[in-house]
Design a protein around this ligand. Sequence first.
Ligand SMILES: *Cc1c(COP(=O)(O)O)cnc(C)c1O
Length: 359
Amino acid sequence: MDRVYNFSAGPSMLPLAVLEKAQTELTNYKGSGMSVMEISHRSGLFTDIITEAENLLRELMQIPDNYKVLFVQGGASQQFAAIPLNLHKNGKADYVNTGSWSKKAIKEAKKYLEVNEIASSADQNFTYIPAITPDMIDPEADYVHITTNNTIEGTAFRDIPDTGSVPLVADMSSNILSEEIEVSKFGLIYAGAQKNIGPAGLTVVIIRDDLIGHASRACPTMLDYQTHSESGSLYNTPSTYAIYIAKLVFEWLKELGGIKQLQTRNEKKAATLYDYIAQSDFYDSPVEETSRSIMNIPFVIPNHDLDAEFVKEAKEAGLETLKGHRSVGGMRASIYNAMPLDGVEALVSFMDRFAQKHS
Ligand SMILES: *Cc1c(COP(=O)(O)O)cnc(C)c1O
């Protein structure tokens, strides 16, 4: 077996069972004599795939009936523009700035409406999640935007803010499906697929149906949620193979027992790594304890000269892509749903060997 444990932040590890299933179906899908990559997006075979993918996602996340699920393209980054273009009513929105991805969302939204940055953790280099209280929210705002999990900084909202009647919009690219959430707390949830759902090229949007159909006149057809809602995500050719793999991932999640089970598993994985770091005098977590992500875990060594050596030796030990993001430095382990506990344990035992060797 020459697979490695891949700690990449995205595109990231996929479950081996999913890749193997795709492999058996690669050249001849269900006796059609064609690959899923080769079949029409309007064929019965593909209709079944996209319908099943949506139904599984609805079941896993317990998405209420008054929400639409859209499979679109352009990444989470395209949603940074699509959101203000679609949810534009009073021309202003509240944003919480918790790091690199929030900053990009804010920068893009400013092209289309007035952005009010209601809270930020920039003062502490984004190592914590600021508290959001109802009095901070403008009742006239078109929406409030948060990044629930900050992939680069390793922070996550442990409590979802109460935004009252103002729709809450969340970038969940790096923590969708990792823990139970109550979809009804949100007006809109979006996520690029390449972290916890499947391959790059697919973006999932979950939107309350009363928020559809109000796009501004300048909104391109392809960014208008109504376009995708009315056509069942088949207005144009969707990312067919990515949707197929996402469906296999959803089946895998369901077989494992669903999101509640996954959450327990993910919390155990994260605790394994955080507990090791906490008792170590060699490694440190730069993130405030109450704001820690269970998906992306940055850690640092006091002597930064050892960072490159750590990454190199880890790679040799079959532990791939542990270099931290350039804005944070140090190391980062992304441990999405597909990372087994064994992978985290292998990382911890490598860290221990490395610490003994270098301290
Ligand atoms: C990766 C990521 C993005 C960017 O996603 P793309 O699909 O590459 O546009 C945005 N937000 C968060 C939180 C991410 O982790």
